[in-house]
Design a protein around this ligand. Structure first.
Ligand code: ATP
Ligand code: SF4
Ligand code: MG
Length: 383
C-alpha cells in the first residue's frame, strides 16, 4: 500500500472561526493506483491534496495520520517534511501552470527546485532531457521562458519536473482544467504513462472532470463538504454509484449530441453546507431527495461491497436488501435528482466492483460527454 490516510482533519484558521475543510477522512491508495478525486468546488479536494505535502500558513493539522510506504509522513512539521518533498511525495498544485515564474527559464526553475531538495540539476540532466523528449517537448525547452510555451507544453514541463526524483506519490491538482480537449487527453495519457514507466508509484488526480477520470483513473473518490462520500473502481462509480450525491454529479454531466430542449441539465438543487459551522448528520441531507430522519445521524464511510466504500444510510440498507428508501423527504424537500438516481441497479449483480478497469467499454462510455465537467452544471446556484 503506497498511501494510508487515517482520520485526517485539516482546518483553516479564519477570523470567523475554523473552516473544517477536511473532516475525518480515511482512505488508501495502493501501489500503482491512480485515484481520481472529484467533487464540487469548495468540497476540500485541494486542501486534502496539499495537506499531504505542504501546510500553508492558515492550514492546521487537527488530527489523523498519513503513512507513505509504511512510514509516517510528518505532515504537520514543515521542516521534517522537506526531506520527503519531491523525493517521496510531489505535487502539481492547482494553477501551477499559470503560477510559473515568468522571469525564469524552465531549466532554471528546475535547478532551483532541485537545489531546495539538495540535488544538482547536472546530476539528473540526462534523465531530464530524456523525459522532456518523451513528453514531446523540444530539446531547447530548458532555455525557454514559460510564456514561450503553450498551456499544454507548460503542463507537460511541470509534470516532468515534479516527477524527476521518481516520487512514491504524485498529487496532480486540476492539471487538465485549463487545457483544450486534445491537450487534456494528452496530459491524461501522460499521467498513466508516467505511472506505467515507474516515474511515480501512485497518484491522486484531482479534477472536476469525471470524464477524464473515467479514462485514466483506476479508482474514483467522491468528496462532499470536507468528507468522503464514495470510493470505488472508476467503472463502478460511473455505472453503479451508490451515493445519491455521486448519482447527482453524474446526472449533471451533459451528453454529446443531446440538445437542451431534449434533456434539461438537472444540476443539484441547493448548495453545500458551510464548513465554518458544520451541521450534524449526513452533510448531503439538505439536498438529498432520499433524506429521512435517520440521516440526522452521520453515516460512516464503510466498505459496503468489496472495494466499494460509501457513506450513506440508504446505500447501506440497499446493499443489505432493505428497501423503503423512496423519496420521503423527511429531512428536506429537494426535487428528484434524475437519471442516475432512478437507475441504479441493485448492488451485488453479476458484474461486481473490481471486475472492470478504466478504459473498458463501461468506463469510457462517459468519455464522450462534454468534459468541462461538473463545475458548470453543479455550480448553478453556488456562491
Ligand atoms: N486559505 C484559505 N483560508 C480559508 N479557507 C480556505 C482557504 N482555502 C480554502 N478554504 C476553504 O476550504 C474549503 C475547501 O477548499 P478547497 O480549495 O480545498 O476546495 P476544492 O474542492 O479544491 O475546490 P475547487 O474545486 O474550487 O478547487 C472551502 O470552503 C474554501 O473556502
Ligand atoms: S440518503 Fe441520507 S445518508 Fe444517504 S446521502 Fe441522502 S441524506 Fe445522506
Ligand atoms: Mg481545488
Amino acid at each position: 500500500m503506497s498511501l494510508s490516510v487515517r482520520n485526517l482533519q485539516i482546518a483553516y484558521r479564519t477570523l470567523r472561526g475554523d473552516v473544517q475543510a477536511v473532516d475525518d477522512v480515511t482512505f488508501e491508495v495502493a501501489d500503482k493506483e491512480i485515484m481520481g478525486l472529484a467533487g464540487e468546488s469548495g468540497s476540500g479536494k485541494s486542501t486534502l491534496g496539499n495537506s499531504l505535502i505542504f501546510l500553508e500558513g492558515r492550514m492546521r493539522h487537527v488530527g489523523g495520520t498519513v503513512d507513505l510506504d509504511g512510514k509516517a509522513l510528518p505532515i504537520s512539521n514543515y521542516r521534517a517534511m522537506n526531506r520527503h518533498r519531491m523525493r517521496d511525495v510531489s505535487i502539481i498544485p492547482q494553477y501551477a501552470m499559470s503560477a510559473l515564474n515568468p522571469t525564469k527559464k524552465i531549466g532554471s526553475l528546475a535547478r532551483d527546485l532541485l537545489k531546495a531538495r539538495g540535488f544538482h540539476l547536472a546530476d539528473v540532466l540526462p534523465e531530464f532531457r530524456r523525459r522532456i523528449s518523451l513528453v514531446g517537448l523540444p530539446d531547447n525547452v530548458l532555455g525557454m521562458y514559460p510564456f514561450e510555451l503553450s498551456g499544454g507544453m507548460r503542463q507537460r514541463a511541470t509534470m516532468v519536473i515534479s516527477t524527476l526524483l521518481n516520487p512514491s506519490l504524485l498529487i496532480a491538482d486540476e492539471v487538465t482544467s485549463a487545457l483544450d480537449v486534445s491537450n487534456q487527453r494528452a496530459v491524461g495519457e501522460l499521467l498513466t504513462e508516467f505511472r506505467d514507466l515507474g516515474y511515480v508509484k501512485s497518484m491522486i488526480v484531482i479534477t472536476h472532470d469525471l470524464s477524464i477520470l473515467a479514462q485514466i483513473a483506476d479508482t474514483i473518490t467522491i468528496m462532499y463538504a470536507g468528507k468522503l462520500a464514495e470510493k470505488a473502481d472508476a467503472s463502478t462509480i460511473v455505472d453503479k454509484p451508490l451515493h445519491p450525491y455521486t448519482q447527482a454529479l453524474l446526472s449533471s454531466l451533459p451528453e454529446v449530441g443531446l440538445r437542451y430542449e431534449d434533456k434539461e441539465l438537472t444540476g443539484i438543487p441547493g448548495r453545500p453546507p458551510s464548513l465554518l459551522d458544520v451541521v450534524s448528520g449526513c452533510r448531503f441531507k439538505d439536498r438529498c431527495p432520499f433524506a429521512r430522519d435517520r440521516c440526522r445521524d452521520e453515516p460512516p464511510f464503510v466498505e459496503l461491497l468489496p472495494g466499494h466504500q460509501v457513506a450513506c444510510w440508504k446505500a447501506s440498507d440497499e446493499v443489505k436488501g432493505l428497501g423503503g428508501w423512496a423519496h420521503e423527504g423527511a429531512a428536506g424537500s429537494a426535487p428528484s435528482i434524475g437519471r442516475a438516481g432512478g437507475e441504479v441497479e441493485h448492488p451485488g449483480g453479476a458484474e461486481g466492483p473490481g471486475s472492470e478497469r478504466p478504459g473498458d467499454a463501461n468506463a469510457t462510455a462517459l468519455a464522450p460527454r462534454v468534459s468541462e465537467g461538473l463545475e458548470a452544471p453543479v455550480g448553478k446556484g453556488q456562491p
